[in-house]
Design a protein around this ligand. Sequence first.
Ligand SMILES: *Cc1c(COP(=O)(O)O)cnc(C)c1O
Length: 361
Amino acid sequence: MKNRIFNFNAGPAALPLCVLEKIKESFINFNESGMSITEISHRSKFFDDVINSAVLRTKRLLKLDDSYHVLFFQGGASMQFCIIPMNFLHGNKTADYVNTGTWSTKAIKEAQLQNKKIKIIASSEDKNFSYIPNNIHYSHDAAYIHITSNNTIKGTQWSKYPDTGNIPLIADMSSDIMSRPFDSNKFDLIYAGAQKNIGPAGVCLVIIKADMLKNIPDTLPTMLNYKTFVSKNSMYNTPPCFAIYTVELVLKWLEESIGGLEKMHEINKAKAQLLYTTIDSSDFYSGTSELKSRSLMNVTFKLKDEETEKLFIQKALENGLGGLKGHRSIGGCRASIYNATDYNAVKTLTDFMKDFEQTYG
Ligand SMILES: *Cc1c(COP(=O)(O)O)cnc(C)c1O
């Protein structure tokens, strides 16, 4: 492939071209330091400015007040599955989990492996995780409630977040963070692996309310304790400097080129609508998640059989449209249309889908 393609990968996923071009420059000489961004010290003023700017941009974009800390972890979102129960579930405390797909299931498993007490208060497993459950009843004494805001593999997304009152709400927002505005004050902990919507693999954004730090035991391993990251500005040890740098550039693009989350959401809605309308107006393609639970980020659909799907994915790539294969666990097709995949990419895809249907339908 000589040219860049339209990239519909689920993660690692597309990054804005202007960010990649900036990286290219900083890869040799970052900010006139005479060193690559991959060569500078994390203890330097150069890097301090990068991480502090990434924190400030996150706070501005999500309208977080001073009661929140913004942290950068390694180990991906999967590491958070394990350290959340480790930090917040002790003694007789239990936590509520809502199971909406593969990633929720993995979060639940990590709590159970540690013999933590958890309750699955709602699940959409009965219909192959094709919807987001509603009318959920929360336990009044739960240490926290855990949800997955967007289900990357099944293509479902919470449209309205639950009101959990005084019970801390924790969300895995790996695949839709920064895609739309939301009431961040409802949440006590948010985490997101960067490689879907805000950067490259190698860093996980964590937003935590100061109150959550109160009951964390000091006996936890240093690197698995949220308090370590708060007290050291995520630099107790060497942080993933390059990944954090890229996140900062993506957030800068969101703020300064796109104009914030309201604008981003408008674009994301237009992209999703174009794609879902194309799917719904044909008998050749069929959407796999329930209408009111559909994700604006991961659009999952099927064709009449596996063979046709294979051909579709192959012909799409020949036309410069990549990453359309569904997750290996469920098959089918999936177009991930994160922030950095622009309207033109989706338009090109829908034009291709119509042509493909004419030829093979
Ligand atoms: C990709 C993904 C994960 C896993 O992220 P890693 O960074 O690979 O651990 C977890 N949750 C959701 C919702 C995801 O999309």
